[in-house]
Design a protein around this ligand. Structure first.
Ligand SMILES: Cc1cc2nc3c(=O)[nH]c(=O)nc-3n(C[C@H](O)[C@H](O)[C@H](O)COP(=O)(O)OP(=O)(O)OC[C@H]3O[C@@H](n4cnc5c(N)ncnc54)[C@H](O)[C@@H]3O)c2cc1C
Ligand SMILES: *[C@@H]1O[C@H](CO)[C@@H](O)[C@H](O)[C@H]1NC(C)=O
Ligand SMILES: *[C@@H]1O[C@H](CO)[C@@H](O)[C@H](O)[C@H]1NC(C)=O
Ligand SMILES: *[C@@H]1O[C@H](CO)[C@@H](O)[C@H](O)[C@H]1NC(C)=O
Length: 641
């Protein structure tokens, strides 16, 4: 298995490395200065500073009436590549971003969870549908979105999986099959570890794109290999590259990390010096709408920068990359959306476009927790805690060690649950119902929570996951005695559909998000199959010999698991619902957009973000958002020759 060995420079020797775009980054690397460094760590982290390995563009102050060739709204997975490519082509580009620079914690992979609910998260909450999110505070699932340069790529879990080629089969617009899209996926990829992948993987990768990526550092957690062993004992193949021919099996996946730090699109695309020559970035600037003239031509955008409300203009085009929530929000505020809804909000209708905000689909999971590694001695805890302090110097000096890994989250398993035989306890490889076993309906993901972490970081934990006090108490109590392994199935082909509507015509008020998780019973049935697989996983040897077992939370209104196993897990699924933050479909190709990502009914206005895809692909979604951003820039440059 790929296990990355770092070449450590000799103590004290200056190292000059090259950043993703060829800039020179000198850094002075030492080897071991443990005690001193812990102190230094505390000092630098107090100042919110990790020695800079790259620099982001400085922000600009906008003038009312200012003009640019292009205005791109949103510096996330779609927007950063779109803006960077236009700037590289020599255009005068304004990138408008509601947030500022990502903070230091965003650089540290192991700190990902602490970013949820923080001030670089839009902190949306969903509207209850009474059949999901029942154990969340107010029965509202948390709905995180990045609000800073890099957008959600600055707060996400950094897994690099692109989905299945069949996901692009039914897009109702010409030119959007996998074969059409693959070049754009490759354009962004700067894979550093190609030599660790099988030879057959080569055609599926690029090593020179701006998003430099690698395997996460070894988390030094024995459960990483135990998990693989467990899945293999149930007949799951070990898959060395989920981004090649087959997704199926248990894998250690590549991460959006480079030299121990997160690789966001802010770092990959916006920190290039040649980009910042022509790119102007307006940070902490909220776009409040698109300026559309009487002939339905997009002329620019309205923004709020600080206390100033401004109008800025695009000579050529406006591109909305505000994400699957932000973009339909802005379209509706600008009079593009379902006419009746807009009128009820007092907004003048420019284009009656019923697809705007409609057909929202997202991946969800029930948070499943296994209790592992029970310890009894208080001493053990102290030894563990003290030994973990060395991770900080490792991070700062060597940019390696467990803090640069994302725990064991890089172990992920794709499977079609219909191809799993519960009697034989084995994954089969047969065609079923015409749906091939090569088409996964589940992605199982993992995380490891060290003993006592939840009690110690309780407010942070609750802020990140948003469950109610009762559930957090139960998890916290269990974590006082056990480490917790999250083993949880993501529903990859959800049937439930939701929508986004305006809650107010004031652009500062968040839109109403109604994902309608588990609204279709079929979705729960798939998750019940998934839970049964995980129950069998926890009965495999690596778990059994360590007395590990699933945590059976006591949930109000649910039967006890001993009385009604199926009823319990169904109820559990509806209580412990969690978004995977892959929402798509809210300004979709074929409905709202034409095949060149142009908004129907308006000229000079495009969308370049995940909302443009009718369905989220079977996997994680940052890669496809970037591919859309890359492609949008190409369309724009072609159409504006
Ligand atoms: C917690 C979490 C974990 C995830 N884990 C993974 C993972 O492991 N792997 C993976 O591939 N994907 C993951 N994803 C999903 C992935 O990050 C997103 O699908 C992807 O970033 C979406 O790209 P986007 O361009 O559509 O939107 P975003 O990346 O969210 O970018 C939208 C940008 O627009 C800005 N914006 C919005 N409205 C306005 C406005 N009115 N004015 C100005 N700016 C505005 C936002 O601040 C943001 O910067 C995760 C997402 C989250 C939230
Ligand atoms: C959920 O239940 C409440 C209270 O019974 C009701 O007012 C609301 O309309 C229901 N929501 C949905 C989406 O069914
Ligand atoms: C790899 O990425 C670079 C930079 O984006 C691009 O020029 C090149 O064409 C890509 N290579 C492949 C094989 O796609
Ligand atoms: C299933 O069988 C097909 C065809 O024989 C093969 O290509 C594929 O790799 C197999 N998949 C798994 C998960 O074993």
């Amino acid at each position: 298995m790929p296990s990355k060995k770092r070449l450590l420079p000799v103590a004290g020797s200056p190292r000059v490395s090259h950043d993703a775009w060829g800039g020179r980054v000198p850094s002075y690397i030492g080897r071991r200065l443990p005690a001193v460094v812990v102190v230094v760590w505390c000092a630098v982290s107090a100042r919110g500073w990790l020695p800079d390995s790259y620099s982001l563009p400085t922000g600009v102050l906008l003038k009312d009436g200012q003009q640019f060739d292009y205005i791109v709204v949103g510096a996330g997975a779609g927007g950063a590549p779109a803006a960077a490519r236009l700037a590289l082509a020599g255009a005068d580009v304004l990138l408008v971003e509601a947030g500022g620079d990502p903070p230091i914690l965003s650089k540290i992979p192991s700190a990902a969870m602490s970013l949820l609910g923080s001030d670089i998260d839009w902190q949306y909450k969903t509207i209850p549908n009474n059949v999901s999110c029942l154990s969340s505070q107010g029965q509202q699932c948390r709905f995180s979105r990045g609000k800073c340069l890099g957008g959600s790529t600055s707060i996400n879990y950094m897994l690099y999986t692109r989905g299945n080629r069949h996901d692009f089969r039914d897009i109702p617009a010409p030119g959007w099959t996998w074969d059409h899209l693959q070049p754009y996926f490759l354009r962004s990829e700067g894979l550093q570890n190609l030599e660790l992948l099988p030879e057959s993987s080569k055609p599926f990768h690029n090593t020179t794109g701006p998003m430099r990526i690698e395997f996460f550092d070894d988390p030094e957690n024995p459960w990483q290999s135990r998990l693989k062993k467990s899945f293999k004992s149930l007949g799951f193949p070990e898959n060395l590259d989920v981004n090649a021919d087959s997704q199926i099996g248990v894998s250690q996946v590549i991460g959006y990390v480079y030299k121990g730090e997160r690789m966001s699109t802010a770092r990959g695309y916006l920190s290039k010096r040649s980009v910042s020559v022509t790119l102007k970035v307006a940070k902490n600037t909220l776009c409040t709408g698109v300026i559309i003239d009487r002939n339905n031509i997009a002329r620019g955008v309205t923004v709020i920068q600080g206390l100033r409300k401004l109008r800025v203009y695009a000579r050529r085009e406006v591109v909305l990359s505000a994400g699957a929530i932000g973009t339909p929000h802005l379209l509706m505020l600008s009079g593009i959306g379902p006419a009746e809804h807009l009128r009820s909000m007092g907004i003048t209708v420019k284009v009656d476009s019923p697809g705007v905000g409609a057909d929202m689909n997202d991946h969800t999971l029930p948070l499943l927790l296994a209790l592992v590694d029970k310890t009894t001695g208080v001493n053990d805890d102290w030894i563990q805690l003290v030994s973990r302090l060395q991770y900080f110097p490792e991070l700062i000096i060597k940019r390696s060690g467990p803090l640069t890994s994302n725990g064991i989250t890089d172990i992920t398993t794709f499977v079609n649950s219909r191809c799993y035989d519960f009697q034989q306890r084995r994954l089969l490889n047969v065609s079923f119902d015409g749906s091939s076993c090569e088409l996964p309906d589940l992605q199982i993901i993992h995380a490891y929570i060290f003993k006592n972490i939840v009690p110690l970081t309780r407010p942070l934990f609750q802020r990140a996951i948003g469950f109610n006090d009762d559930v957090v108490n139960q998890i916290s109590r269990a974590n006082e005695r056990y480490a917790i392994m999250v083993i949880t199935p993501i529903l990859l082909e959800p049937y439930s559909r939701g929508y986004i509507r305006l809650a107010s015509s004031d652009p500062r008020v968040p839109p109403a998000i109604f994902p309608n998780y588990l609204g279709e019973d079929r979705d729960v049935q798939t998750l019940l199959r998934a839970i049964s697989i995980i129950e069998q996983l926890v009965e495999t040897k690596p778990f059994r010999t360590r007395n590990a077992g699933l945590l059976h939370l006591e949930l109000a209104g649910c039967p006890r698991v001993e009385q009604d196993r199926r009823g319990y897990w169904e109820c559990y699924t509806r209580h412990m619902t969690f978004s995977v933050y892959h929402a798509a479909g809210t300004s979709a190709l074929g409905r709202v957009l034409d095949a060149r990502l142009r908004v129907r009914g308006v000229r000079r206005l495009r969308v370049a973000d995940l909302g443009a895809l009718p369905r989220a692909p079977r996997g994680n979604t940052a890669a496809v958002s970037m591919a859309i951003g890359e492609r949008a820039a190409e369309f724009i440059l072609e159409d504006n020759k």
